[in-house]
Design a protein around this ligand. Structure first.
Ligand code: ADP
Ligand code: MG
Length: 472
C-alpha cells in the first residue's frame, strides 16, 4: 500500500495528505489507477460525476462511490489549486485559485480592440485572437502564481454557453494542460461561474440565493437552490442589456476600447436622464423576462432624429452635441435599469415564495460593474431586507477566477472528469455546449410573450446534475 502511494502523481498525493478521514469518501487505488490510465478517452459529459477522492487508507480496496457530500477541510482547501480557463466570447482569461478562495494569479487578454473596430464580436476573428494568445495567457497565469503545471490539482474550463469556435480554443488548451500533467478536468457552465464567484468574495453567501446575471449575451434571473440546482425565473426574449449598452455606445460614437458599457455609464453622468422619454420594455407582461431589442430601436431613432453623427468621436463633438449625446446615454441607462428593477422586484417576491430563507440578491456579469445599476438594485433589495452582493468589477466581466472557483465548488462534491490523454486525436469531438440553459424554467413564470430563439441544443445543467444524483 505504501509503495503504491509513493508512486502516485504529486497532485493526488498532495490531495492524499489531508487528515480528516471522517469527511472523506471511500476511495480505491483501482479508481485512481483508472484515473491515471485514461488514454484516448472522450471528455465524459457532466452527467457522470466521478469521485476519485482518497479516503482513509484502510477503506475497502474495491469500493468506489459517488456522493454529494462536499469535502471541505482546511488542509484540503489549502492544498487544492485549480487553474480556470475562460474563452466563451471575446476575453481570453485564466486564473489560479486555491480551494480556500485565495486568488494566486489572474490574466485577461481582452479583444476590446476588435470590438471597437467591428462594433461586435465576429466569431472567426474572436477564435483567431483566442488561439494567438491562449498559450501565453496560461503561461503568464502559472508564472504569476509561481507554479508549474505539476503543482496544480485540476483544470476547470468553460464548455458553454458561448461561441463554439471560441469555447473550443479554451477546452483544447485545458485538455492539453490536464493531459500533460495528469490532472482531472472540470467542465464549467459560464453563467453558473458568474453566479458562484460571489461566494468566493462573500463567504457568508449560502444557498439558496437569488441571482441576476447581466452581460453582453445574457439576462438571467435564477434562483440558486444549491450547487448545480437552479430555477430560471426569467431570461431575455431577444437581446441582453449589455448588447443594448454596446450598441448605444457605438451609435453615440463613443470610445469602445473598454467595451460600450463603461463608456455609456461615464457619459450618462453628464446627461439629463429624464430628457428623452424612452418607454420601459414589457410593462404589460407581469413576469420576469426581459427584452432590450425595442429599447435599442428607440435609442437608434432618438439618435437619428438629433442628427448625431457617430463618425464624429465624442472628443471632437461640439458642446451642444456632447450634451445631446449625454442626455441619450443617461435616458437610455435609466430606462434599461428600470426594466431590471421592475423584473428584480417581481423575482424577489417569487423567490421568497419558493425559498423563503433567501437573504441575498447576487448581481454579476459584465453589466453588474455599472455603479448606477448597483445603486438602483440596492434600493430594490432593501425593501425586502435582502442584501445585494456584487463581485468587484474585474470579477463581474468575464474572468478566469470565476471558472477556477466554480471548478473548486464542483470538484469538492466530486463533479469532475478523469485526466484526458496527453494528446487528443485530430478528429476528436469536443464536448461544447454553445446553447446550454442553467436551470429549468419556473412553470408559473412562463410568459406568453416568449418565443425561444431556437431549439435548445443541450439539456439544462440542472436537469443533468439532478438526473445523475437520482441515479446514485
Ligand atoms: P459576456 O457577455 O461575453 O459574457 P461579460 O460578462 O464580460 O461578457 O459582459 C460584457 C458586457 O458587460 C458588455 O456588453 C459590456 O458593455 C458590459 N459592461 C461592462 N462594464 C459595464 C458598465 N460599467 N456598464 C454597463 N455595461 C457594462
Ligand atoms: Mg460573461
Amino acid at each position: 500500500m505504501v509503495s503504491s502511494l509513493l508512486t502516485l502523481p504529486s497532485t493526488f498525493s498532495r490531495l492524499n495528505s489531508f487528515p480528516k478521514p471522517s469527511l472523506l469518501i471511500p476511495f480505491t487505488f483501482k479508481a485512481l489507477n483508472s484515473l491515471k490510465s485514461h488514454k484516448q478517452q472522450r471528455l465524459i459529459p457532466l452527467n457522470h460525476p466521478l469521485l476519485y477522492f482518497p479516503s482513509s487508507f484502510n477503506s475497502s480496496p474495491t469500493h468506489f462511490s459517488t456522493s454529494r457530500s462536499p469535502i471541505s477541510s482546511k488542509s484540503f482547501d489549502d492544498d487544492l489549486v485549480v487553474l480556470g480557463i475562460e474563452t466563451s466570447c471575446d476575453d481570453t482569461a485564466a486564473a489560479i485559485v486555491r480551494g480556500n478562495g485565495e486568488i494566486l494569479s489572474q490574466v485577461v487578454s481582452s479583444q476590446a480592440d476588435l470590438l471597437a473596430r467591428y462594433g461586435g464580436v465576429a466569431p472567426k476573428m474572436a477564435e483567431e485572437a483566442h488561439s494567438q494568445v491562449i498559450d501565453q495567457v496560461v503561461q503568464d497565469t502559472l508564472d504569476k502564481a509561481g507554479l508549474t503545471g505539476k503543482e496544480l490539482s485540476a483544470v476547470a474550463v468553460t464548455i458553454g454557453p458561448g461561441l463554439s469556435l471560441c469555447l473550443r480554443v479554451g477546452v483544447q488548451k485545458a485538455r492539453r494542460v490536464a493531459g500533460n500533467f495528469n490532472l482531472p478536468i472540470i467542465s464549467v457552465h459560464h453563467m453558473e461561474a458568474h453566479a458562484l464567484v460571489a461566494r468566493l468574495i462573500e463567504k457568508e453567501l449560502q444557498f439558496p440565493f437569488l441571482a441576476l446575471l447581466i452581460s453582453g449575451g445574457h439576462n438571467l434571473l435564477v434562483l440558486a437552490h444549491d450547487l448545480g440546482h437552479y430555477t430560471q425565473l426569467g431570461t431575455t426574449i431577444d437581446d441582453a442589456i449589455g448588447e443594448a449598452f454596446d450598441k448605444t455606445a457605438k451609435w453615440l460614437g463613443l470610445d469602445m476600447r473598454k467595451s460600450g458599457g463603461p463608456a455609456v455609464e461615464q457619459l450618462a453622468q453628464e446627461g439629463d436622464a429624464e430628457s428623452v422619454r424612452f418607454s420601459i420594455p414589457m410593462k404589460q407582461h407581469k413576469d420576469c423576462n426581459f427584452s432590450y431589442a425595442g429599447l435599442k430601436t428607440q435609442v437608434k431613432l432618438a439618435i437619428a432624429s438629433r442628427n448625431i453623427d457617430a463618425k464624429v468621436p465624442l472628443l471632437c463633438a461640439s458642446s451642444q452635441e456632447r450634451s445631446s449625446r449625454a442626455d441619450i446615454a443617461a435616458s437610455f441607462q435609466r430606462v434599461a435599469v428600470l426594466h431590471l428593477e421592475e423584473r428584480c422586484e417581481r423575482a424577489v417576491e417569487w423567490a421568497l415564495k419558493i425559498e423563503p430563507s433567501i437573504k441575498q440578491l447576487v448581481v454579476s456579469g459584465g453589466v453588474a460593474s455599472n455603479q448606477y445599476v448597483r445603486a438602483r438594485l440596492d434600493q430594490v433589495v432593501k425593501k425586502y431586507s435582502l442584501q445585494l452582493v456584487c463581485p468587484p468589477p474585474n470579477l463581474c466581466t468575464d474572468n478566469g477566477v470565476m471558472v477556477a472557483w466554480t471548478g473548486i465548488e464542483n470538484f469538492r462534491v466530486g463533479r469532475y472528469d478523469p485526466p484526458p490523454p496527453a494528446n487528443d486525436p485530430d478528429d476528436f469531438m469536443y464536448d461544447l455546449r454553445p446553447r446550454w440553459p442553467l436551470g429549468e424554467e419556473y412553470a408559473e413564470g412562463r410568459s406568453e410573450s416568449r418565443f425561444l430563439r431556437s431549439a435548445r441544443v443541450h439539456s439544462s445543467l440542472t436537469s443533468i446534475v439532478q438526473a445523475s444524483l437520482q441515479q446514485q
